[in-house]
Ligand binder design. Sequence first.
Ligand SMILES: [Fe+2]
Length: 521
Amino acid sequence: MQGLKRLQEAIERHRENKDINIKYKTPLTIRNINTFTDEQAIDDACNPIRCNRSVRISEWVRGVQRVGFNVQKTSIESEAIEGALPLAANSPQKCPYGLYNEKLSGTAFTAPRDDNLQSWLYRILPSASHQNFEPVPDSSAQSLNSPSPQYGKHFNAIPNQLRWDPFDFDKEVSWIHSLHLLAGAGDPTMKSGIAIYIYAAGASMPEKSAFYSADGDFLIVPQHGVLDIRTEFGKILVRPNEICVIPRGIRYHVALHDNEPVRGYILELFQGHFKLPELGPIGSNGLANARDFQSPVADFIEDYEDTEWTLYAKFDGKMFSAKQSHTPFDIVGWHGTFYPYKYDLGRFNPVGSISYDHPDPSIFTVLSAPSLPHGPGTAVADFVIFPPRWLVQENTFRPPWYHRNTMSEFMGLIHGNYDAKGAGKGGFQPAGASLHNTMSGHGPDMQTFEKASTMDLPPSKVGEGSMAFMFETCLMLGVTEWGLKTSQKVQEQYNAHSWQPLKVHFKRPDKASGATNGDKK
Ligand SMILES: [Fe+2]
């Protein structure tokens, strides 16, 4: 009762604080925190969805544990029944309570300690116990929306800048059929490359079903609606302005919360895993802090008598299904370094210039998946955000500069207006997207340039109530037929509206009329 009272007091304190933006979470929302419970209450009170829905806070508090991040190289553990984890051994002759043990490897056994990701699972029945997998027909509601019999051939690599209007909800389908492959590069069979999906589901997955991708890790960025995810490791509730990562192979079930449709973005990583970026001279804290990552606590279902579950597997871009006579969600205890996790983007600590110019956008990297074959400091995928932040630079063009990049940049918008692009119809809108591929020039549109190059420059806050993000990759991205045509969301006039109207401001100074180099036609 004491805990509940403190919880209510924390919410009241928060509501009385007029300085705090309660519509959207910002780093300001986690001030004046005394305890974990207070923090959770403020977090809940600030959440745009939580404010209007009757979510049980106690359920939320119990459902996660603060794990730091596996960059800390420490193994974590969780037991749904005390004593489910064996003491001082991973594979005793008999596991506690008659459980089976099973090892889940996210890296090769022999990966260096700094990269090694493995977990030990103690479960009622091993995951190996199931009937044969069969391909799911493309016509089935449970197939993938964009199956890929020949993976690379589904991608159209084009140099044009691309922007998409907001993607539609599909209220009829569940998680599995809602995955629209939009863009990507590489090949999951070679464990090389990435894929980008848009998801839009209006139904929960059938009750006794589970899904996993053998192709890669899913980084899920909700834009609308709450994902109520039950994983083998426990439950994770993921809301807009939060992200979660479900590593390769982990089984999970996605349900809607309060029957609200869901929509968002996914980056699938075929190679490696996400890490926190190095901080260099920034020091030991900043950007995404390790302590703010959260993982589920062990939570199991006892269902193995006279029952049938369907397990869906995404394998080389195609969907398979198998029946099994027990639930896949039967892990009573687990420990290790390979597990799903979530992160609240409102806790990101942005760092920027306090004098002139602004750093490269890599300064806003939340998570990074390095690609050593492409060179030091190069990522097959960076997850970067553009959170609310203060700009104070003097004599500086404050929006992003014009540039061409060997990296490809896919952007999405969770909510609000992105400061470098026009908003509203025909602009860069929440649930829309843009792709600036390898060496495709881009930057602020004409209106943004004209304004930003002439405006006064007092300290100002940008991105208030907004959260844009970028999937940046060293690979050249191709777009699927769904992305280019079927979705009918491509803004054909993107360049015509953004950059072709740019005016010439160049004036040759009088004394340079006879310039040695530089002709005028
Ligand atoms: Fe860019």
